[in-house]
Design a binder for this molecule. Structure first.
Ligand code: MTE
Length: 331
């Protein structure tokens, strides 16, 4: 981008950078007030209100509140990504390959009524209506990072419950070693289903221990409301220590299987997308370094990239799932 400077090279501050008189005086009063020592308690309550304001409902869709989760989220103290950014910069290839496409096109998705079919190696297979799935366990709000393989990340307050609640309910058989997740693939409502970019339906998979890990969230909402279509309504997965593509959207089928299932991205380019796809700054994607990431919403000219953390910052919780594994081979 071209930046215009004055003749002497001096850059005039933009209007927004000049502090208006009233704001300046307010600040001065605030500093004087703090100097009196009376500010401590008031500041604490102000900080509390800030944290609350951060997670305030956007007021766009039906409310889906969740009690603060006990399951630790490493991102809980980070600034949340703006709702607008999280809902207009998406990957949902059923609606187009451009980041802006899903927000524009996904209005045709019909998240209601919705059923999820559970099949394969379980004692209790069957079809679950969305309403029943929603009630199966209490909704929790968890702030997780989502780190995309393309090198960007977001911090989002997701609403859902640990997938293990559902898995336990359907009673997997002893030989069920993996779970396959299939997204809806309806060419009538999803304009890019049928395009050659992926083999439809979008498919993802987890090893049983990964699916049972308490961090793995069966997700029905975000920012205190039901999921917007473009983010995978009405039910998706969020697996916070794996690259974003493992978090399948608009799930219609959950299949318990014995052998490692093929996944959509693995079928499309096996040398680029392995089954595990754990966030790992030490193992580069053939086309992109994975050492750093750009936080969406921090894209100013001088915004620094952040260092990507092992397992996206969830190493303490999930590292033991991969003890002894060669993570370069099992990428
Ligand atoms: N699920 C389906 N069904 N189709 C997709 O194209 N994209 C994946 C994942 N789940 C995708 C999907 C990718 S690449 C990412 S990074 C995340 O969804 C993006 O989730 P978000 O749009 O909510 O940020």
């Amino acid at each position: 981008m071209l930046i215009r400077t004055g003749r002497d090279g001096f850059q005039h501050p933009a209007g927004s950078e000049i502090t208006p008189q009233a704001v300046y005086e307010d600040r001065r009063r605030m500093l004087q007030w703090m100097a009196t020592g009376a500010a401590g308690a008031a500041l604490a309550s102000w900080a509390g209100r800030e944290a609350f304001a951060q997670a305030a409902r956007p007021g766009k869709l039906a409310a889906l509140p969740g009690a603060k989760s006990n399951v630790a989220g490493a991102a809980t103290m980070e600034k949340l990504t703006d709702y607008k950014d999280a809902t207009t910069y998406n990957n949902f290839y059923e609606f187009g390959t451009d980041k802006a496409d899903p927000a524009q096109n996904a209005h045709t998705l019909k998240p209601n009524p919705w059923t999820v079919e559970i099949e394969g190696l379980v004692k209790k297979p069957g079809k679950y209506a969305l309403e029943d799935l929603l009630k199966l366990s209490a909704q929790e709000e968890r702030v997780y990072r989502l780190r995309c393989v393309e090198g960007w990340s977001m911090v989002i307050p997701w609403v859902g419950y640990s997938l293990s609640n559902l898995v336990n309910r359907v009673e997997p058989m002893g030989n069920a070693k993996y779970i396959e997740f299939l997204s809806q693939a309806d060419p009538k409502t999803m304009p890019f289903v049928g395009s050659r970019v992926l083999d439809w339906p979008y498919a993802e998979g987890l090893r049983m221990e990964e699916a049972m890990h308490p961090l793995t969230l069966l997700t029905f909402g975000m920012y205190g409301e039901v999921l917007p279509n473009q983010n995978g309504a009405p039910v998706r997965l969020v697996v916070p220590w794996k690259y974003g593509f493992k978090s399948a959207k608009s799930i219609v089928k959950i299949r318990f299987v014995e052998k490692e299932p093929r996944t959509a991205w693995n079928k499309a380019a096996a040398n680029e997308y392995g089954f595990y796809s754990n966030v790992n700054p030490n193992v580069d994607h053939p086309r992109w370094s994975q050492a750093t990431e750009r936080r969406i919403g921090e894209d100013g000219l001088f915004a620094k990239k952040r260092k990507t953390l092992m397992f996206n910052g969830y190493e303490a919780q999930v590292g033991q799932l991969y003890a002894g594994m060669d993570l370069k081979k099992n990428y």
